[in-house]
Design a protein around this ligand. Structure first.
Ligand SMILES: Cc1cc2nc3c(=O)[nH]c(=O)nc-3n(C[C@H](O)[C@H](O)[C@H](O)COP(=O)(O)OP(=O)(O)OC[C@H]3O[C@@H](n4cnc5c(N)ncnc54)[C@H](O)[C@@H]3O)c2cc1C
Length: 497
């Protein structure tokens, strides 16, 4: 007989570890397991090993609400973030509940049993577990490879080509000519980091992105920590950062030209006199139509000022033996080319879903509160914000799931399913973002709706209110008791309404 747990979490990354923490705190008696495809926890923060890998949002909001990030730096390096995640899991005993090398491939809901049957591959075998509630925390992109842009004539290139998602452990780039293709968060991280030892690093971009410099250590945060101590300062700094980033986002939406001018002014100050700012740092889109790139203490601009790095804007005509030629005719010499061309998005870890024998085609579903699927019972997923730290949403999703489970316990329900019967709701993309990697794959994701509770909330402030305090039984979520089978044991439900 297969093992049954109350809650099965897919993925032991930032979201899965956070979800397990919320769950065990709210319901110490409930059984749970985390199935993780890789052989370690940490997800993104273990996978990416390129030079300089770091957060591009502040750690007070990328850290969990329940566990203060105590480091002084607002922007932290990848290994420190990984340590924080592992420590969180170990201190709470979550690591004991993770089963590694278990890739979930197929999940099937049975209304008769009010449970999911979960299939996972482990080595060459298929393991089967059942659970009452399924929480998918599989991140948003493929782990086996990143996005490979077309590289015309790459076969002629005699140097080395590297993708940041598969960074060679001992890549020696000291003194070498490096071309980094891309202009997103990964490229702007890599360029200054590699420029420290490379001969020269060129960032080759098709079109510019917005790049904002942020102090690694915020003096206001330091002052707050001295005044009230690190732990008490954490929620204050977290709220301050939420409010500042919300303000920047809202101004970008409402006063884009003002924000363009503001960012341009800051950029000019950090570049040498006469620099072609508009060629290399003036995007065609408005701020926050795509994610803003943050650089700590202006490290990218410093590398440009010190002539360790440069930016070239143009399209590749072809690779050559010793580098690449642009459509403009300009030649770039390179020993190493890094293709920082982005991620390949993957919805729900590529898991096949069936509900009572019916295959679920994700684009035919609508996301309820950005975290459950219409017509799919006892199921939630975590996709974080694109305009703020991922963890802000991940914490809210977990908190909401705990409220939902508590509500079901106290009302004797076993099954919950959001149902959209409002004819006024029209479809919208789940990720409302114009970045290329989103546009390439958004058709494979569930849809969002035009009205609450199907509308995609990209505002932490409003989500914090609705996910923490709104009525669980809102008329859209339907509840029922199981047709057969036992109810989950020993819950100690938190108060709900
Ligand atoms: C280089 C980089 C930097 C980033 N920086 C930031 C930042 O500064 N701020 C920010 O807010 N966000 C950032 N992000 C987004 C980042 O992914 C999130 O912050 C966060 O790490 C996501 O956590 P997660 O647990 O949801 O997903 P992941 O970290 O992707 O973890 C998902 C886990 O699920 C496992 N998994 C997937 N599918 C299956 C399956 N079918 N079966 C079993 N296990 C499965 C994976 O192996 C993985 O361990 C960054 C992303 C990248 C790539």
């Amino acid at each position: 007989m297969s093992q049954h747990v109350d809650v099965l979490i897919v993925g032991a990354g930032l979201s899965g570890i956070g979800a397990a923490h919320h769950l065990r705190t709210a319901f110490p008696g409930r059984t749970y397991v985390v199935l993780e495809a890789r052989d370690v926890m940490g997800g993104t923060w273990d996978l990416f090993r390129f030079p300089g890998v770091r957060s591009d949002s502040d750690m007070q909001t990328l850290g969990y609400r329940f566990r203060p990030w105590t480091g002084a730096k607002a922007i932290a390096d990848g290994p420190s973030i990984l340590r924080y995640l592992r420590d969180t899991a170990t201190e709470a005993g979550i690591d004991q509940h993770v089963r590694y090398q278990h890739r979930v491939t197929r999940v099937s809901w049975s209304a008769t049993d009010a449970r999911w049957t979960v299939q996972a591959t482990h080595d060459t075998e298929t393991m089967v577990l059942t659970c009452s509630f399924l929480l998918v925390c599989s991140g948003y992109y493929r782990y086996d490879h990143g996005y490979q842009a077309a590289l015309p004539g790459i076969g002629d290139f005699r140097g080395q080509v590297v993708h940041p998602q598969q960074w060679p452990e001992h890549l020696d780039y000291a003194g070498k000519r490096v071309v980094v293709i891309g202009s997103g968060a990964t490229a702007v991280t890599l360029v200054p980091a590699m420029a420290e030892t490379a001969g020269h690093v060129t960032m080759l971009q098709r079109s510019p992105s917005y790049i904002i410099s942020l102090p690694t250590e915020d003096p206001i945060d330091a002052r707050l920590r001295t005044l009230v101590g690190t732990r008490r300062a954490y929620p204050l700094i977290r709220w301050k950062n939420v409010l500042v980033s919300t303000l920047i986002y809202q101004l970008s939406q409402r006063r884009p030209q003002m924000m363009r001018n503001w960012i341009r002014g800051m950029t000019i100050k950090q570049l040498p006199a006469g620099y072609e700012v508009d060629t290399h740092f003036k995007p065609v889109y408005n701020p926050w139509d795509q994610r803003l790139c943050l650089v700590p203490d202006g490290d990218l601009f410093r590398a440009i000022r010190h002539q360790q790095a440069s930016v070239v804007t143009g399209r590749i005509a072809t690779f050559t033996e010793h580098g690449l030629r642009l459509e403009s005719g300009e030649e770039l010499q390179a020993d190493i080319v890094v293709t920082a061309t982005g991620l390949q998005l993957l919805a729900l870890g590529g898991i096949e879903l069936t509900v009572d024998g019916r295959a679920i085609h994700l684009p035919d579903t609508m996301a309820y509160k950005g975290m459950m699927l219409s017509g799919v019972p006892n199921f939630a997923f975590t996709i974080g914000y694109t305009n703020a730290s991922w963890t802000l949403k991940a914490d809210l999703v977990s908190e909401y799931v705990c409220r939902l489970l508590g509500y079901m316990d106290s009302h004797g329900y076993d099954v919950c399913v959001p149902v959209n019967e409002d004819p006024r709701v029209t479809e919208q993309p789940l990720l409302d973002f114009s970045a290329g990697y989103v546009l390439r794959a958004i058709d494979q994701f569930p849809r969002a709706g035009s009205r609450a509770p199907w509308r995609l909330g990209m505002s932490y402030l409003s989500d914090a209110l609705t996910l923490r305090h709104s009525k669980i039984n809102d008329g859209t979520m339907r509840f029922s008791a199981a047709q057969t089978g036992p109810r989950p044991a020993g819950t100690g439900a938190p108060s709900t309404r």
